[in-house]
Design a binder for this molecule. Structure first.
Ligand code: AMP
Length: 417
């Protein structure tokens, strides 16, 4: 089978790494890929948002299966167009991707199907939004409706900050059209979790749990990032809680998919806030989280191609998924200054120094003359599977000592419970 993976980050590296192990896959392409992905797939310089070029390439190369990593091409309808060309796609069509593409749509969906979530109001007029702040308690949670590369949620301590956030989104258009409409919602406190699911023709099958670390600095200080580390499984997801999630969230989403005539095959990543063993949904993502993928996929013992194929055919069962009992930890090595301003093109040394059972996924690198250079905010994800979380954690941090690039930064407290 000829398989195409769309994307260029650590998530796409782990997808390619796992698909390359499949006996069914004869040729693997990644568009555009990165320095590390080159070692497991043929990388072609087509950007993941260049829909027409991706279609042209897929038809020309007679691709059998396309696995779409990032949200933007899904929201643009890449899956629909590939399906039209009779290519199998792992990733939802536009009707499903809208759950991530529009926060207003996703809140309306949750409301309609009684899925627990924070109370909210939607706005398309900045003056009305500013006046309505007083109807909420601080801190104020203000969200751009559209995709804003993970930066469209602003949490404001007081009315002044709230007004500034509304101005930035709606008047200064810091995130372009994404901020034309916004929502203001109730602040939820609790512990955040993420529920990763496989969706097979609208049937939702939870995958193994994970916990990620969003803040840039130790002790959850500093700015929000795409994610600085992760571990799996997450002990919060015990048997009772999983039953609760199935009854209160998952089955309601399945009902919504069917009644709204949504076509969803791929990954649904449900962000939740947990308090007193109950949960409210913060958001939907329609693809793997990064770095969640780097700890969950390495624990999957099945052939990933077969699992994806069965998912698309609608024949997958929860019991088909075989998971390693080992615990997985990944720590992100980032460019100093990320997520704000950082430099690229720093030489990465020591990639050959890691132990044989350490997997280094590349998030933002490029390969030039046999050398790897940094090429993004998040650069590498150092991953280990071991009998215990503590062993995995120690091994990750021991191996990081051998890797080095200018201004390298990483959190020292990942998986430290
Ligand atoms: P979202 O993209 O909607 O998941 O929001 C990004 C992050 O903002 C979440 O991971 C939470 O940390 C935070 N967040 C979003 N909505 C809320 C809320 N209603 N209350 C508290 N924190 C929130």
């Amino acid at each position: 089978m000829k398989v195409l993976v769309v994307g260029s980050g650590g998530r796409e590296h782990v997808l390619c790494w796992k698909l390359a192990q499949s006996t069914k896959v004869t040729k693997l392409y990644c568009l555009p890929g990165n320095g590390g992905i080159e070692s497991v797939a043929e990388c072609i310089d087509i950007k993941s948002d260049d829909i027409n070029e991706i279609i042209r390439f897929s038809v020309e190369k007679e691709i059998d299966l396309a696995v779409i990593g990032p949200e933007a091409p899904l929201v643009e309808g890449l899956a629909d167009k590939l399906i039209e060309k009779k290519i199998k796609v792992f990733g939802p069509e536009k009707s499903g991707a809208k759950l991530e593409g529009s926060k207003i749509y996703s809140k309306e969906f949750m409301e309609k199907y009684y899925i627990p979530t924070a109370k909210y109001k939607k706005f398309n007029n900045p003056e009305k939004a500013k006046k309505s702040l007083k109807d909420f308690e601080p801190p104020y949670v203000i969200k751009a409706d559209g995709l804003a590369a993970g930066k469209g949620v602003l949490i404001c301590e007081n009315i002044e900050e709230g007004i500034k956030a509304i101005e930035e989104l709606m008047e200064n258009k810091n995130f372009g059209d994404a901020g034309e409409k916004i929502i203001i919602e109730e602040f939820l406190d609790g512990i955040e979790g993420s529920l990763l699911c496989l969706v097979s023709k609208n049937k939702i099958i939870p995958l193994e749990s994970a916990r990620d670390y969003k803040k840039a600095l130790d002790k959850d200080l500093g700015l929000n990032t795409g994610g600085m580390g992760c571990f799996s499984p997450n002990p919060l997801f015990n048997k009772d809680f999983k039953i609760y999630l199935k009854n209160e969230i998952i089955s309601k989403i399945e009902r919504g998919f069917n009644e709204e005539n949504i076509k969803f095959t791929g990954i649904l990543f449900i962000g939740i806030m947990i308090k007193n063993n109950k949960a409210k949904v913060l958001e939907f993502n329609v693809r793997f989280g990064d770095p969640e993928a780097q700890v969950v996929i390495p624990r999957l013992q099945n052939d990933l191609y077969e699992i994806i194929d069965k998912t698309i055919e609608g024949t997958i069962k929860e019991k088909d998924l075989k998971w390693s009992d080992k615990k997985a930890v990944t720590v992100i090595l980032s460019s100093g200054g990320y997520p704000v301003k950082y430099q690229k093109e720093k030489i990465i040394n020591g990639l050959g120094n890691t132990d044989d059972d350490v997997i280094v996924f590349h998030s933002g690198t490029k390969k030039v003359d046999e050398k790897y250079l940094t090429n993004g905010g998040r650069v590498l994800a150092v991953t280990v599977l071991a009998e215990s979380l503590e062993k995995a954690r120690k091994k990750v941090y021991n191996n990081i000592k051998g890797i080095e690039f200018d201004n390298m930064h990483y959190r020292k407290d990942i998986a430290k419970l």
